[in-house]
Design a protein around this ligand. Structure first.
Ligand SMILES: [Zn+2]
Ligand SMILES: [Zn+2]
Length: 69
């Protein structure tokens, strides 16, 4: 199980409720690189953490005003 880089809880895709499993070491390393977007291999959408609702969309962890809504 991979931990969310933001809330440290098991990373579960909020779209399909499936634990995110990186298909390769390359994707695993991408978890710690916020500029690389992650797509769920199951539902093929941007991975959004089920717990903290943080999207792994390659926007980094800069303050995003839209996430307040
Ligand atoms: Zn999280
Ligand atoms: Zn998914």
């Amino acid at each position: 199980m991979i931990d969310c880089a933001y809330c440290q809880r098991p990373l579960i895709c909020d779209g399909c409720q499936t634990p995110y499993l990186p298909p390769s070491q390359e994707y695993y390393e991408a978890l710690s690189r916020p500029e690389i977007p992650l797509h769920c291999p199951n539902c093929e959408q941007i991975v959004v953490c089920h717990w903290c609702k943080t999207p792994y969309d390659g926007q980094g962890d800069e303050v995003d005003e839209e996430s307040e809504a």
